[in-house]
Design a protein around this ligand. Sequence first.
Ligand code: APR
Length: 248
Amino acid sequence: MPVKQEPNIYEELRERLRSARHVFALTGAGVSAESGVPTFRGGGDTTVWKGMPFDVISSAGMLARDLPAVWEWFDYRRGVLGHCQPNAAHTTLARWQDSFPRFTLVTQNVDGLHAAAGSRDVLELHGNAWRARCLGCGWREDVRHLDADERPPVCRACGEAMRPDVVLFGEMLPAGVFEEAAMRASECDLCFVVGTSAIVYPAAALPAEARRAGAYLVEVNPEPTPLSEICDMTIRGLAGEILPRLEF
Ligand code: APR
């Protein structure tokens, strides 16, 4: 039985990881797919809810029209997320935070699985489904500390209604988070794009920022994306299987 040659790409990437000064990783829903979190554009049961496409129920318009319905949708999503554990992709990225002179983890995910895996200082571009934010004073609170029967929850600081602390369709990203991510992307020398369809902006602009600064770009995704053509390397496969193979 001939010995199977491990693709050189892994050895080449380990070599790049060993000499990297600043590693930057951008993740999307695909990094949590192996944890049981449905992706948005991969079909499945979170793309339509009560007959509404996710980008309708998860929108600024719905928030203005029917805040309790938006809470019901996020209560449902937390019901799904509550059964999900970080997978090997999350744990590998958590280990990487102490493996380089600099490491930046930026996610589009609101599932909190990176933090659950031990990642610190995650730049959450789209907020976090486990957090609520006051519509009046901006006070933030972990949803698990709020009365689950009170919908919408009432702010303990000012008595106003609270909303999920998630960026909804038609809304701007939280001030400063994207700018911080873009600055760090422009300072990295190795950039991983993991599990994103790369069609939602401004998040999808970050890898091009890293590229412009001369970083080596690696995409990990079973499917091609609009970013594939600007990547130096694309690895077609599952993040939970591929990232652990990059231990160095
Ligand atoms: N490993 C790696 N990639 C995967 C895996 C996996 N196990 N499973 C699926 N993928 C890839 C899919 O091929 C797809 O390209 O992950 C991507 C998921 O794409 P989307 O569902 O579009 O998710 P994402 O790119 O994160 O969406 C961006 O859009 O809906 C909004 O705010 C929401 O943050 C989200 C944003």
